[in-house]
Ligand binder design. Structure first.
Ligand SMILES: Cc1cc2nc3c(=O)[nH]c(=O)nc-3n(C[C@H](O)[C@H](O)[C@H](O)COP(=O)(O)O)c2cc1C
Length: 459
């Protein structure tokens, strides 16, 4: 064992999520053409049910579903590349997969992404409550603020609201949701008393009368209280404003960074959480990771090379152009990194160039690295070592990015999970209860969370 991270079972453990999206090509662009992946079948239920069963057999915490509600059309000034490459378009609704996957599992959680620009919070809060009921409290919401111009323009905005204003809207959105979930119905409002023919005690149901800068919602909430009431809140903002939002609201923060940056990011998120009056342990830090597992290191390296060859650089550029909101079609992918005048390039591109690990040769290589997330390539023991190192850097778990699905997850579960289990680093069986029970040992938001302050509304 390479590190001093042997832990007794039941100690701090690694949280494991399968990261995916209801579309053909999610992160590692171009691999959808391979024969060893089920990506092209995303419109049918079968691959999703198979994935859910696999993840539960591997004792994963959750399937984490990303989502966008617009086209990536920055690259070359159109969405043509995205469409040709199936790059996050076509994309179906993530939420609708959840009840189906829940019927073939008992414990697995389901985190899904929904933007505050997309659905009205009154409607969205009811959808969440419905899912929380149907899954027995296994739902998490990844709160995002959208970054695609095309999404905003399809959702009734002239253009994407400015970055910090999107977070202001998100604050108002959260408040509406908390009031509906936490404050609108008393714990004992539902009587279901067949003798007296009283299903709900009207005294236990309150309007919320929310009048915020963006939303006016009278309420009351239309759903009765669900097991978790508020779903487990995920967030993935990386800006200062995004991290402060996470410190106030998030219970799990999804970060993508090279291993060398994780310690600083994790410390920063925990410091902000403390400053927000919360226990830093109440926020789990979940890092993106692309495991490529082989029986031996050589086998894993060969597999990695094979994936790299199938990657589509152009689709990666279209993805990154949308993420950065900068058209990267003007940059020659073969341009060596050392020839860039970093003083002359715009902010996001400069940050991208600055993020290049030592030894990265060309711009194209950097894009490929970026698209592939954080690769960890090796034998099961080597992957387990790498994960344990990240745990020591302050990370609590991983969103595992696939190269092929379900292949990447199967390889990980068959190869790496037994090694991690041997070291006491992952659960071998599920704890009872809701997703929040499984992650935090409680089914409701703690008192120190901003959302719980709205409970007083319910008397
Ligand atoms: C790892 C990661 C995953 C994300 N996943 C999504 C997603 O699936 N859908 C989406 O609309 N935004 C996604 N985002 C965007 C953010 O949640 C956030 O709204 C955006 O980055 C703007 O906030 P920021 O400037 O604070 O990062 C993701 C961001 C990160 C860092």
């Amino acid at each position: 064992m390479a590190t001093g991270t042997q832990r007794a079972p039941g100690d701090r453990r690694i949280i494991l999520n399968a990261f995916t999206m209801n579309c053909v090509s999610h992160i590692q662009q171009g691999l959808w053409v391979r024969d060893d992946t089920r990506q092209r079948e995303y419109t049918s239920l079968d691959p999703w049910l198979e994935l859910a069963r696999i993840c539960e057999a591997g004792c994963f915490d959750a399937i984490f579903l990303a989502d966008v509600v617009g086209l990536y059309d920055t690259y070359g000034g159109s969405a043509d590349t995205s469409l040709r490459e199936g790059m996050q378009v076509p994309v179906n609704d993530p939420m609708l997969l959840i009840p189906a996957m829940a019927t073939v599992t008992e414990h697995l959680g389901f985190a899904f992404t929904s933007s505050v620009l997309a659905a009205h919070p009154f409607i969205f809060a009811r959808q969440i409550s419905t899912l929380d009921h149907l899954t027995g409290g296994r739902v998490a919401w990844n709160v995002v603020t959208s970054y695609l111009q095309n999404a905003a323009q399809s959702l009734g905005f002239d253009r994407l609201p400015k970055h910090d204003e999107r977070y202001e809207r998100a604050e108002d959105y959260m408040e509406v949701c908390y009031k509906l979930w936490e404050g609108s119905w008393a714990d004992d409002a539902v009587l279901a008393d067949t003798e007296r023919r009283v299903y709900v005690d009207p005294a236990g149901v309150r309007p919320i009368n929310h009048a915020g800068p963006y939303y006016s919602v009278a309420g009351p909430h239309l759903s009765e209280p669900s097991p978790q009431r508020t779903p487990v809140i995920f967030q993935a903002g990386s800006s200062d404003r995004g991290r402060d939002f996470a410190a106030k609201h998030a219970e799990c923060v999804f970060v993508v960074a090279a291993s060398r940056g994780l310690t600083r990011i994790a410390a920063d998120i925990r410091a902000r959480t403390r400053a927000a009056g919360r226990d830093p342990a109440d926020v789990k830090i979940i890092a993106g990771l692309s495991p490529v597992v082989g029986g031996t290191e050589a086998e894993a390296k060969a597999k990695h090379e094979d994936y790299l060859e199938s990657l589509s650089l152009e689709a990666g550029l279209a993805h990154l152009s949308g993420n950065l909101n900068v058209d990267l079609s003007h940059i020659d992918p073969d341009q060596p990194l050392e020839t860039f005048n970093t003083e002359g390039v715009r902010g996001p591109v400069k940050s991208l160039l600055d993020s290049a690990p030592p030894g990265t040769r060309t711009f194209g290589d950097l894009v490929k690295l970026n698209m592939a997330g954080q690769f960890l390539v090796g034998s099961p023991e080597q992957i387990a070592d790498g994960m344990a190192r990240r745990l020591d850097q302050g990370v609590d778990g991983f969103n595992l990015v696939y190269a092929t699905t379900p292949g990447t997850f199967v390889d990980f579960i068959e190869g790496v999970v037994p090694v991690l289990a041997e070291r006491g680093l992952v659960q071998r069986e599920y704890q009872p209860g809701t997703l929040r029970d499984k992650l935090f040992g409680r089914s409701r938001l703690p008192e120190s969370h901003f959302g719980s302050t709205f409970r007083s509304l319910a008397g």
